[in-house]
Design a protein around this ligand. Structure first.
Ligand code: FES
Length: 111
């Protein structure tokens, strides 16, 4: 089971930017694309752990600031020829607030 956690206002995430939120599973980068879609990935590149939140958002992907791997928001997977995957989390927008799905067991452990 999952539980939705309200993490930030949509307006607090710049377009083509991100905001990092602390969640039970670690720091999560919440990205807002140029077309106002929102995605959430663990803020850790699948290559060597670079902070994806500090990367460049383009289309529905982010380029890691350390060695330029590109990570797809829809899957968390690195774009070929690189390979690897970072965890991604379900996101919903309710009344201009961003909610992220967290496993119930993790949410309870954080309380
Ligand atoms: S740590 Fe992200 S590309 Fe190397």
């Amino acid at each position: 089971m999952t539980r939705w956690i309200d993490v930030t206002a949509l307006a607090d995430i710049p377009r083509r930017g991100s905001r990092v939120v602390a969640l039970p599973m670690g720091p999560v980068a919440v990205f807002r694309t140029g077309d106002d879609q929102v995605f959430a990935l663990l803020d850790r590149c699948p290559h060597k752990g670079g902070p994806l939140s500090q990367g460049i958002v383009h289309g529905h992907a982010v380029t890691c600031p350390l060695h330029n791997w590109t990570i797809e928001f829809a899957t968390g997977a690195a774009r070929a020829p690189d390979h690897g995957c970072t965890p991604r989390f379900e996101v919903r927008i309710v009344d201009e607030r961003v909610h992220i799905a967290v496993a119930q067991s993790l949410a309870e452990a954080a309380e």
